[in-house]
Design a protein around this ligand. Structure first.
Ligand SMILES: [Zn+2]
Length: 560
C-alpha cells in the first residue's frame, strides 16, 4: 500500500489497557504453552498497531511540522507512550515467570526471555522522577545548542549551518569558522559544565536505586546489550589504540600531502581534498532511478525490496518548507513497510541515504514476516552493521552516482569510515570514565577528554584553538549528553562492515551472501552470534582490528 493511503487512527488507549489487563490475568492460568504463546501473539498485535499508528503520525508530522492535526497526534503519543509501556512491562513480567518457559523458548528462542529480563531490571517506578528530570536536562542541553546564533561572513548561523565553513577549502575560512564555534561554547561553558554534571549525578542515582554499582552497566542494560559488557568493549578500544591509530596516522600524512600542508591542524582534519568533497550527479529522481538500477542488479532480494519502496512511495527525500531536519529510516509494522525520510542537498550524503538508510530499510523489509516484533530488530551495533555494510557493498555501483568523481568518492568514503573508529572510541572511553568516576570537577573532565584526544587522535594539533585545545570538545557531541554510552555501537558496526568490504574485494558474491545471512536473522541472535554466523571475526577478539587494518592500509598504499 502507498504511504499516502495508509490509514491513521488514534489508538483507543483505554481499550488497549483493558486488553492488556485481560491477557496479563489469563497468562499464568493457561494450561498449555501454546495457549500462552497465543496470548503473546495477541500482545504482538496490540503492540504492532500502537507502534504503526505512532510511526505514521511521526512521519507525517516530520514531513509537515506545521500540520496541526499530526502535531496533536504526536502530543498524544508523547504523553501516552509511558502508559502503554507500563501495560507492556506488566505483561512481560508474567511472561518471564511462565511455568512453560522451556516450551515457550522453543518457539521464541532463549534470547527473547533474556532481552525481557534485561529490560525489566533496568527500570522501576522508583526512578520515574529522576528520569523526568534527566529528560528535562537533555532538552535544556539540546535547546541551548540549537539556540546558537553565530555571526559569520555576513550571515547568522546555527551550529549545523556553520559546518560548511568548517570544511571550507579555504584554510583561513575554516580556521575562523572553528574559532567562532569555540566562542559560542566558551560563552555557554558554565551552564554546559553544570548540565553535564547534573546528568552524571542523576544517572548515577538511578543506578544506585536500581541496585547497580554505577551507571555503566545500567546504561548497557538500557541499550539492551545482551552479549558483552564494559570489559569486552575496553578490549576492543585497546586494539583500536594499538593497531588502528598508527594506520590512520599514516593515512593522515597522505591527507596533509594532498592538501599541500606540512601537517594537519584540528581545523584541517575534516578537509579531505583541496577542491572539496565529491558530489553526486543528477537530481533526486535521477539518484533514485540509479539506486533502483543498482538494487536490481545487486541481488533478487534487494531488487524486490527497492521496487517495493518505489511502488509504495515509501520515501520523502526532498527538502521542503515546513519539513523537519535530518534523516531517518523507520518502519510501519502493520503495513509491513519501511520508510525513509531525508533532506537531500546535493552532497555525497544523498547517496549515503540511498545506501545507509536503505540498508536499514532492507533489513526491516526482510524481517516483516517474523511473528515476534521484539526479535525483528537486533541491538544497535548489529542494526548499524546492516546499513554501514550496504554503503560499502554498493561501491561497485558508485559510477552510476559519481561518474568521473567515483575514484575520489572511493577514497572519501573509506577515509571517513576508518577515521571514525578512533573518534568513536574516544567518545566511549570518555563516557565510561565519567560514570565510573562521577565526582570529577568540570576541569578534570576536560582534562580526561584532552588526554584521550592524544591517545586516539595523536595527529591532531590544536594550534592554540581556544576551548578545543583545553578538552572542551566533548560538549559538542550530542550523544554524550543525550544518549549515554551509545556510540561504540557505530565503531563495532563499522568494523564488521569493513570486514565484509575486505571480503567483497576478493569475492563480492560470497561476501554478500554472508551479509544476507546476517541481515535475515533480524534480532533473533546477539551481535556476537550474528557476526560469527556470518563468518566474520568478532571485534572484541584479540587480533580482529589488526586483521582488518592491514588490508585497508594496503588499499590506501595503492590508491591514496
Ligand atoms: Zn544508521
Amino acid at each position: 500500500m502507498k504511504f499516502s493511503d495508509m490509514k491513521y487512527e488514534r489508538p483507543e488507549l483505554d481499550a488497549i489497557k483493558r486488553q492488556y489487563i485481560e491477557i496479563t490475568r489469563q497468562f499464568p492460568d493457561c494450561s498449555t504453552a501454546s495457549e500462552q504463546y497465543d496470548l503473546i501473539l495477541q500482545h504482538e498485535k496490540l503492540m504492532s498497531n500502537f507502534q504503526s499508528m505512532g510511526t505514521i503520525a511521526y512521519i507525517r508530522n516530520s514531513i509537515n511540522t506545521v500540520d496541526p492535526f499530526y502535531e496533536k497526534e504526536i502530543a498524544f503519543f508523547d504523553s501516552n507512550n509511558p502508559v502503554f509501556e507500563e501495560s507492556v512491562q506488566n505483561f512481560y513480567k508474567v511472561i518471564v515467570a511462565s511455568k512453560f518457559r522451556p516450551e515457550l523458548e522453543q518457539k521464541t528462542g532463549k534470547l527473547f526471555f533474556k532481552n525481557l529480563e534485561i529490560s525489566m531490571r533496568s527500570f522501576s517506578p522508583a526512578v520515574i522522577d529522576l528520569k523526568k528530570k534527566e529528560n528535562a536536562l537533555v532538552t535544556e542541553y539540546e535547546k541551548l545548542l540549537a539556540s546558537a546564533k553565530i555571526e559569520f561572513s555576513g550571515e547568522t548561523l546555527n551550529l549545523s549551518e556553520i559546518q560548511k565553513y568548517q570544511i571550507s577549502s579555504d584554510r583561513p575560512t575554516r580556521k575562523a569558522a572553528w574559532e567562532k564555534t569555540a566562542g559560542f561554547f566558551i560563552e555557554n561553558s558554565k551552564r554546559l559544565d553544570e548540565i553535564y554534571d547534573e546528568l552524571v549525578q542523576n544517572r548515577t542515582s538511578q543506578a544506585k536505586i536500581l541496585g547497580y554499582n554505577n551507571y555503566v552497566q545500567l546504561g548497557y542494560d538500557r541499550l539492551g546489550r545482551n552479549c558483552y559488557g564494559p570489559d569486552e568493549v575496553k578490549q576492543f578500544r585497546d586494539q583500536v589504540a594499538k593497531d588502528l591509530v598508527p594506520v590512520i596516522t599514516e593515512i593522515k600524512k597522505s591527507q596533509a600531502k594532498r592538501l599541500g600542508l606540512p601537517d594537519l591542524k584540528f581545523y584541517d582534519d575534516k578537509s579531505l581534498f583541496p577542491d572539496g568533497n565529491p558530489n553526486p550527479k543528477g537530481d533526486r529522481q535521477a539518484l533514485v532511478n540509479q539506486a533502483q538500477k543498482m538494487y536490481r542488479q545487486m541481488n533478487p532480494l534487494t531488487g524486490e525490496f527497492f521496487d517495493f519502496m518505489v511502488k509504495n512511495e515509501l520515501f520523502d527525500l526532498d527538502s521542503k518548507k515546513g519539513k523537519a531536519g535530518g534523516g531517518y529510516c523507520t518502519e510501519i509494522p502493520d503495513y509491513r513497510s519501511p520508510f525513509i525520510f531525508s533532506n537531500f542537498n546535493g552532497t555525497a550524503g544523498d547517496v549515503e541515504v540511498l545506501t545507509h538508510e536503505a540498508g536499514h530499510a532492507f533489513a526491516s523489509y526482510l524481517s516483516q514476516s517474523m511473528p515476534i516484533l521484539e526479535l525483528r530488530t537486533p541491538t544497535m551495533d548489529a542494526a548499524e552493521t546492516h546499513s554501514m555494510s550496504m554503503e560499502l557493498f554498493s561501491r561497485k555501483w558508485d559510477p552510476l552516482f559519481f561518474e568521473e568523481q567515483t575514484d575520489k568518492f572511493y577514497l572519501y568514503q573509506l577515509e571517513e569510515a576508518i577515521n571514525f573508529i578512533p573518534y568513536g572510541c574516544l567518545v566511549d572511553e570518555f563516557q565510561t570514565t565519567m560514570y565510573e568516576k562521577p565526582n570529577l570537577s568540570p576541569d578534570e573532565r576536560k582534562h580526561v577528554w584532552k588526554e584521550l584526544e592524544a591517545k586516539y587522535r595523536p595527529w591532531i594539533n590544536f594550534d592554540h584553538l581556544p576551548f578545543f585545545e583545553d578538552g572542551g570538545g566533548y560538549q559538542r557531541q550530542h550523544h554524550i549528553y543525550s544518549f549515554p554510552l551509545y556510540y561504540i555501537d557505530y565503531c563495532l558496526a563499522q568494523t564488521a562492515a569493513l570486514e565484509f568490504w575486505i571480503a567483497s574485494e576478493k569475492d563480492w558474491d560470497e561476501s554478500f551472501s554472508r551479509y544476507l545471512t546476517f541481515v535475515k536473522a533480524g534480532g533473533s541472535k546477539t551481535y556476537e552470534e550474528l557476526v560469527k554466523a556470518a563468518g566474520l571475526e568478532y571485534p572484541m577478539d584479540q587480533g580482529c582490528v589488526k586483521h582488518m587494518s592491514e588490508p585497508i592500509m594496503d588499499w590506501f598504499r595503492r590508491h591514496a
